[in-house]
Ligand binder design. Structure first.
Ligand code: EPZ
Length: 422
């Protein structure tokens, strides 16, 4: 397994290109199952999760071509379609469950393995199941697989979600495009990735209103056509790299970034003492004079502070002046980066869903272990600011969500290299 070695202390100056959004691409790709015509995605990120999704879709009978070094994904699902998503692929990536809605919509049946828990939580699928059952699906759990069928096809329905689940909103939205009648999703997730999916489905001929609000109305149609769609910019990669100059000084422009993608997060950076300027090239971030100020953060569904930026914000707060409280309300176990940061000298106390961080002058480099995607990048950020060398092990977590992280950071002055595993 590869490691990444960071030697801290360098200020960062220059431009970082921000890729297309992993979490948009992972829901756009299964949309190919909704049509027999070609669906092409531009600005796709080059990530291992994307490769996993393409393997899953190929196992279902879709044709998936990665062109232009993976930035373009050309798909077509002429059929016949295999309606079983096997455990050995689904267990690698929870987002595999996003084939459930499209398979039910197109084939009126699906057998999808439950993804199983992951490092950050149990991640059940009850909200997905309740939503699709409201549309007439019959779903039962057998041998770790969801066996779903909708004889005669799905029917439009009122679908109140008990929690604004991103994945459940996406599965329901895709299923509803081919259902008979009107579907209204209430308490829908409002993330930019949902808006991006709705825009792509609309290009394919779907009738959707309200994406980006908590109520989405979909008029089902008989069939969808193909489309070419540009994947929206990755707001989590954007937020992550905005923190790089924040944590170790300097001035960096995140190319293609826009403030509307990172609203609540940018407000917290401003409160902590950073200047963020939106310009024609993207978002330019620099540390104002003086030390970082401690701020309190509570993660919430969009447009609140994103849970996917909580670990990275914690890395910043480790050397802030004062005490910050980070409350994680979305996942039940998303503080695994805390003990690793403590190995670097951070002063963190975790009580249930809240981590209290007392800022220290300086972190010290140390060998640390990546445990999940966002925790691993928070350790890289901490290493950029730490004195000495930090070796982050198990960086396969990192490669799931960040393309060429060592290239992007070394291009702006970071001392960082990938060490191939033995
Ligand atoms: C998406 O996961 C993202 N993944 C996650 O990003 C992100 O953290 C999450 O949304 C929240 O924003 C993708 O888009 C591929 P949820 P998803 O359904 O859809 C519970 C990353 O780092 N829940 O909104 O799985 C669930 O357990 C990843 O890129 C149920 O209880 O998130 C969690 O506690 C990590 N029952 C909460 O809701 C359900 O049926 C939020 O889950 C579904 C979810």
């Amino acid at each position: 397994m590869d490691s990444i070695v960071v030697t801290g202390g360098a200020e960062l100056h220059g431009d970082i290109p921000i890729a297309g959004a992993k979490n948009a691409c992972l829901t756009l790709m299964p949309a190919t199952l909704l049509t027999e015509e070609p669906l092409t995605l531009m600005n796709a990120p080059r990530l291992s999760d994307i490769k996993t999704m393409s393997l899953l879709l190929q196992s279902l009978g879709s044709e998936v071509q990665m062109l232009q070094d993976g930035k373009v994904i050309a798909m077509s699902s002429l059929g016949p379609i295999n309606t079983t998503a096997e455990y050995d692929i689904v267990r690698k990536m929870r987002a595999s469950n996003l084939v459930l809605g499209p398979l039910l919509a197109r084939e009126h049946q699906a057998v999808v393995s439950l993804p199983g828990g992951c490092a950050i939580g149990a991640r059940p699928m009850d909200i997905h199941i309740t939503a699709l059952e409201a549309m007439g699906a019959e779903i039962e759990l057998k041998d770790g697989y969801l066996h779903a069928k909708a004889p005669g096809g799905l029917k439009g329905a009122r679908v109140p979600l008990r929690f604004a689940s991103v994945g459940a909103t996406e599965n329901t939205l895709m299923a509803a495009t081919l259902a008979k009648g009107t579907t209204v999703i209430e308490n829908a997730a409002r993330e930019p990735e949902i808006v991006d999916l709705a825009e792509c489905l609309t290009k394919m001929g779907a009738h959707i209103d309200g994406a980006g609000t908590d109520t989405i109305t979909i008029e089902g149609v008989d069939r969808l056509g193909g489309a070419t769609h540009r994947v929206v910019t990755d707001r989590i990669e954007l937020g992550t790299y905005m923190l790089a100059p924040a944590i170790c000084g300097g001035e960096v422009t995140c190319l293609g970034g826009t403030i509307d993608l990172v609203g609540a997060f940018a407000e917290k950076l401003d409160e902590a003492g950073f200047s963020i300027e939106e310009n024609a090239r993207g978002l330019t971030v620099a540390r104002k004079n003086g030390r970082i100020r401690a701020v309190d953060v509570t993660t919430e569904p969009y447009p609140g502070f994103p849970t996917d930026l909580q670990a990275q914000m914690m890395a910043l707060m480790c050397t802030a002046e004062g005490v910050s409280h980070l409350e994680e309300t979305i996942f039940e176990n998303r503080f695994m980066h805390a003990p690793e940061l403590m190995r670097m000298g951070a002063d963190i106390e975790v009580q249930g869903g809240t981590a209290t961080v007392t800022g220290v002058e300086q972190l010290k480099g140390a060998p640390v272990m990546a445990t999940d995607l966002r925790a691993s990048v928070s350790l890289i950020l901490a290493g950029l600011a730490a004195e000495g060398e930090t070796r982050v092990n198990r960086v396969y977590h990192l490669d799931r969500g960040y393309e060429h992280v060592e290239e992007k950071l070394s291009a702006i002055g970071a001392q960082i290299e990938r060490v191939p595993g033995v």
